[in-house]
Write a protein that binds this ligand. Structure first.
Ligand code: GDP
Ligand code: IMO
Ligand code: MG
Length: 426
């Protein structure tokens, strides 16, 4: 049984929390794309864990696999593993696919140099080397985990990579060159430490599925950050959408039985790029404070805005959502009216679909519908019938505007603050 759990907005929807909530229904958790640009927060027994690279299942002792589609920064991975071991978690439940590409020091330096070069047109990347690492992968110049297993050819590949990057760093960006020997030395040590975790990802994951194990594919980022289907060029360099799980884990589409979309009850975005429903005034600031909207990976303030049904419909279609989880509903308490975008207007055209052109996206006016808010604190409510009617009406409005059922409501960061439900399109 394969379940994909993905973000349907611009990331930070609460995927880490929901992966943890679903722990009882799952035997294995797989990350299939992205890298240490992700920041997944899980709160267990009042303790907050922030994971950049490890699948969230590692916290509940589930077998956790980093798939071939991930770009892996060994320094971050080993540090996260040490941190968890110090807190009594079992790091031996991790496996790393030998097809995953490595983030090298030059990728991080190039990420920063390229952002600086873009100036006002910067993308607002996390600076974790993601774009340059995926670029090397597609250019067939990347280095994979499998390459670490052969020390001599590995050293040559590392040297080639550093020397090639040095040309760019020096001649284009006027930066200091990197020392290839130092990188070979550092990465050779990483190779020794990573060795016990390395596996053949697709073989292992498919065998687990054949054995009847329940596998959760934990997406990072979100649909609007997808390099093919998001708000290009203000996107990440991988495919977070549900189909990305097939490529990034090595499983066939027929292995996916369920796709859960995680949607925040409002929208946030960290990094640059268009955001039609953004609230730039006091209300946006209030949502940021109440929702503690600061990036997990970088600490940057997240931009906040109203929920956008144009984007949710786009996500529903691309991901084939079986159902959604609506998170952070508690943050909306105290608002008189809550707005939801239903369509965009561009000149005299009404757009019900998300436009490809980011300059159009930047300039659209938004058509909203409005529903009544609620004043009560709902974060301690544990059953559906105790929730104020207005909460149910808001959820039903989201379901009707998107055509996607909502199966979980999240009212706070911890696992207990979750209500299972069955809101179906009316
Ligand atoms: P992810 O990247 O999708 O895993 O999301 P992040 O962890 O980056 O951001 C979500 C933040 O909201 C984290 O700090 C979570 O602890 C928190 N969170 C998740 N669900 C809820 C919720 O329902 N209510 C509140 N108040 N916080 C939540
Ligand atoms: P999780 O998994 C929110 C954003 C960056 C930037 C763009 C490109 O926690 O939801 P990159 O470093 O990937 O090249 O940056 O993507 N971004 C995220 N935004 N949540 C994330 O991950 C993100 N990962 C990348 O802010 O706009
Ligand atoms: Mg996050």
């Amino acid at each position: 049984m394969g379940t994909v759990l993905i973000g349907v907005q611009w990331g930070d929807e609460g995927k880490g929390k929901m992966t943890d909530f679903l722990a009882d229904q799952v035997d294995v958790v797989v990350r299939y794309q992205g890298g240490a640009n992700a920041g997944h927060t899980v709160v267990i027994d009042g303790h907050e864990y922030r994971l950049n690279l490890l699948p969230s299942g590692i916290l509940t002792g589930k077998l956790s696999i980093i798939g071939n589609g991930v770009v892996l920064d060994p320094e971050v991975l080993l540090e996260e593993l040490r941190g968890l071991a110090d807190q009594g978690h079992d790091p031996t439940r991790l496996r790393v696919s030998d097809g995953a590409h490595l983030i090298m020091p030059q990728h991080k330096i190039l990420d920063a140099a390229e952002e600086e070069f873009r100036g006002e047109n910067r993308l607002g990347t996390t600076g974790r080397g993601i774009g340059p690492a995926y670029r090397d992968k597609v250019a067939r110049a990347g280095i994979r985990v499998a390459d670490m297993m052969n020390p001599r050819s590995f050293a040559r590949k590392v040297r080639d990579g550093v020397e090639r990057a040095n040309i760019l760093l020096q001649r284009v960006y006027g930066r200091e060159p990197l020392d290839p020997d130092e990188t070979i030395d550092t990465y050779s040590h990483y190779a020794e430490e990573l060795l016990p975790y390395v596996c053949n990802g697709p073989a292992m994951i498919n065998d687990l599925l054949d054995d009847g194990q329940r596998v959760l594919f934990e997406g990072a980022q979100g649909t609007m950050l997808d390099v093919d289907h998001g708000s290009y060029p203000f996107v990440t360099s991988s495919n977070p959408i549900s189909g990305g799980a097939c490529v990034g884990a090595g499983v066939a589409p027929s292995r996916i039985n369920r796709v859960i979309g995680v949607a925040k009850a409002y929208m946030t975005r960290v990094g640059d790029g268009p955001f039609p429903t953004e609230l730039t005034g006091e209300l946006g600031g209030d949502l940021r404070v109440r929702g503690n909207e600061y990036g997990t990976a970088t600490g940057r303030p997240r931009r906040c805005g109203w929920l956008d049904a144009v984007i949710l419909r786009h996500s529903a279609r691309l991901n084939g959502l079986s159902g959604m989880c609506l998170t952070k509903l508690d943050v909306l308490s105290g608002l008189d009216q809550i707005k939801i975008a239903v369509a965009y207007r561009y000149g005299n055209r009404r757009l019900e679909n998300f436009p490809r052109d980011s300059t159009v996206m930047d300039e659209v006016d938004v058509e909203y519908t409005s529903v009544s808010g609620w004043s009560e604190d709902i974060s301690e409510i544990r059953s559906l019938n105790e929730l104020p009617d207005a909460v149910g009406q808001y959820v039903q409005a989201v379901v009707d505007l998107t055509g996607v059922p909502v199966h979980y409501l999240s009212l706070g960061p911890s696992r207990e603050q979750t209500i299972q439900c069955d809101f179906a399109p009316g």
